[in-house]
Design a protein around this ligand. Structure first.
Ligand code: NAD
Length: 332
């Protein structure tokens, strides 16, 4: 039987749909003609403002439910009658390290509830967010999906690896179709600006705008594989539409960029002639290299990253500056 799901007229649940990536998935589902898009988000990190565009364009299509994936009855209620589930709700890697029990309950138990409900209510497919963190520091580059997960030593990566196994077991036990997507280093509009776990790019933009040089923690030689949030959302939709199940895919640009190079390219995107400075390296998530092999996603999903880093950074800066202006105009 085909595992391809039509998006036009589909009824969809998006967990974590008010977050950075989830809200872009919602935007693209509205554009693709979905009939119903229910967002389940407890707003620990996401923002309702991230859904402004989707609500403007698809006000009668999008429904936002403020609630938790740990609420078993609610998850079942919202899953009944849905064709597709995009499961994105999760805590960040740093918060998982600080609150591992909460991480266990949210990432692992919460994901179990989402899959249990999907299987019970006959959902055609689940598209789940995994992470490059399952690899830890990989031994081979470019890293393929067949690389083992035993170099990971983070609770977050362990939970994501377990979730991938759980997806496979739900296929074996209940014939629930699913795809898991291992995102590499995600950036773009709607990154968390105000939260505790702000990303390095946000901290650098703040400094550069204040006339201070970007601060690189460590020597800056570690590399990342950056992929724009709109490309990630498009991968989610393609994973639903493709006749593919029980499979994981790397979702990345397939190019590596060092932190030093990133700082230089951000400075250029912001029109600044400052030079970066260095500080002490971070302890958590000390992965020194990331570079994905993305051929599986290209061949089986028809997906490749479209937004290059310089174009993506210019868009990020534009969005961030608009957010800053809005913040300044907001009443105290
Ligand atoms: N951003 C990255 O660099 C990256 C990389 C790899 C994987 N991922 C994965 O992609 C997914 C989306 O990430 P994102 O960057 O959009 O993060 P995000 O924090 O912006 O979005 C996650 C959303 O989930 C919500 N949430 C958290 N716990 C919840 C709960 N118990 N019940 C309901 N909602 C809950 C948050 O409020 C938030 O809106 C996550 O699964 C994340 O692990 C992200």
């Amino acid at each position: 039987m085909s595992a391809a799901v039509e998006l036009a007229s589909s009824r969809v649940l998006v967990t974590g749909g008010a977050g950075t990536i989830g809200s872009h998935v919602v935007d693209q589902l509205v554009d693709a003609g979905a009939a119903e898009v229910v967002v389940l988000d407890n707003l620990v990190r996401g923002r309702l403002a991230n859904l402004d565009r989707a609500l403007r364009r698809g006000g009668d299509v999008v429904r936002v439910v403020e609630g938790d994936i740990r609420d078993v009855a609610l998850v079942h209620e919202l899953t009944r009658g849905r064709d597709l589930v995009f499961h994105l709700a999760a805590l960040r890697i740093t918060q998982c390290a600080e609150q591992p029990r909460l991480a266990l309950e949210s990432l692992v138990d919460g994901t179990f509830t989402v899959l249990e409900a999907a299987a019970e209510h006959g959902v055609a497919k689940v598209v789940a967010s995994s992470s490059a963190s399952v690899y830890g520091l990989a031994e081979e580059f470019p890293t393929t999906e067949r690389h083992h997960p035993y170099n990971n030593d983070t609770f977050y990566g362990a939970a994501k690896a377990f979730n991938e196994g759980m997806l496979r077991s739900f296929k074996a036990m209940y014939d629930l179709d699913s795809v898991a997507l291992r995102y590499f280093n995600v950036y773009g509009p709607r990154m968390d600006v105000w939260g505790v776990y702000t990303e390095v790019l946000i901290r650098w933009m703040e400094r550069i705008d204040a006339g201070e040089p970007p601060l690189i923690l460590g020597d800056g030689l570690q590399t990342m594989d950056f992929v724009h949030v709109e490309d990630i959302a498009r991968a989610n939709l393609l994973a639903a539409q493709a006749d593919v199940t029980d499979t994981v895919f790397n979702i990345a640009s397939g190019t590596e960029t060092s932190l030093r190079e990133l700082a230089d390219r951000l400075l250029a995107a912001m029109g600044s002639d400052l030079a970066p400075v260095h500080g002490e390296a971070r302890k958590v998530n000390a992965v020194t290299r990331r570079l994905a092999d993305v051929s599986a996603a290209r061949e089986q999903l028809g997906w490749t990253a479209r937004i290059g880093l310089d174009e993506g950074l210019r868009g990020l800066v534009e969005w961030w500056r608009a957010e800053q202006r809005l913040g300044q105009e907001a009443p105290a």
